[in-house]
Design a protein around this ligand. Sequence first.
Ligand SMILES: [Zn+2]
Length: 69
Amino acid sequence: MAFPTRTCVLCEEEFELKPNHAGYANRCPQCNTPEDDEAPSAQTAAFEGKREADAARRQAIKDMLYPGK
Ligand SMILES: [Zn+2]
């Protein structure tokens, strides 16, 4: 079964857009890793804000798992 071929906007590699393709449809699986869903080149304020939000979320989970530290 053939899948539509797309060109990744980040590394310009061609990849098959499969039904279970996670993340951005215009990025290849290598550029679509869950831990790095922002482009490394996108060193924007929004990116920094997201990182801080991730850290806050991790801290909240930690507090939930280990309360009363
Ligand atoms: Zn790519």
